[in-house]
Design a protein around this ligand. Sequence first.
Ligand SMILES: [Zn+2]
Length: 276
Amino acid sequence: MPTALDDVRRELARANRILAHEDVLDAFGHVSVRHPDDPGRYLLSRSRGPELVQAEDILEFTLDSEPVVPPTRRLYSERVIHGCIYQMRPDVHAVVHHHAPSIMPFVIAGIDLVPVFHLGATMGAKAPFWDSRDEFGDTSLLVIKPEEGRSLARALGSHAMVLMRRHGATVVGANLHEVIFRSIYSARNAEHQWRAHMLGGVGALTPGEASLASGHNLQPGPVERAWEYWAGRLEKTEALVAAAKASKPAARTRPAARAKPAKVSRGAARRKKGRR
Ligand SMILES: [Zn+2]
C-alpha cells in the first residue's frame, strides 16, 4: 500500500519533470524536499536528467548530504547545496538549484535581478549574489565541498533566492509547490527584465509592491492553480510521448518490398539479344 512518503517521492519526481518541461532545468539542476517526518533528512533524486526522474529514483540523505542507504547508483555532486541550506534554514522545506538560460546572462554579467512584474515578486525585492572566487579562488564552479555549500547558504541568508556568479541560481521555499512557483516565475522575470531592458527601460516594483504581490501570490490559491496548470501541461506532453511510443512498432512496419527484376545471366541476355 502506498505510504505518505511514497506520495512525496511521486510529487518530487513530478516537480523535477515540470521544471524540465518549463525550461528551468535541462540535463542538469535538481530539486529536493525536506523529509516530511524527519527534519534531519531530505529527499533528492539520484544523478539523472530531471526530465527522466521517477519516484523510484528518489533517495534519502542526512543534512550532511550523505545517503541514508549505501547508494548503488551515481549521486548528484552538488547535493551539499541542499543539505547546507536545510541546516541553516529550518523554515526551508524545498530547494531548487538550476542554470536556467534566462538567468544566465544576469549571473555572467553580474547584473541585479529585480522583480519587474507581480508574479516575479516571489523572488524577493532583490536576489543576492554569491561568487565562489571570493572565498575559494579557482574551482570547477561546482558546489561540491561542505564549506562551499555553507558559504552559499550564508550568502542566501534569509532571502528566497541566491544568484551564483558564472554558474546559476538556488531557490528555496516553504514547500515543494512554492519553490516550483518561485523558480518558474523568477526565470520568467529574468526574461521580462531582459526584454524590457532592450526596449529601453526597466521599471522595477518598489519593495512595498514586491512584498504585497509576493504575499498575495504565495497564498495556496495561486500556488495550487499554477501547479495544476504546469502538471496538466506536463501530463499532455507525457501522454503524447507515450502514445507515439505505443504506435512506433506499426510505424516501423516497412511497405511491401517491390519485386526485384529477375537476374538475367550474361549468356541468357546474349541469347535474348540474338533472337531480336
Ligand atoms: Zn550547478
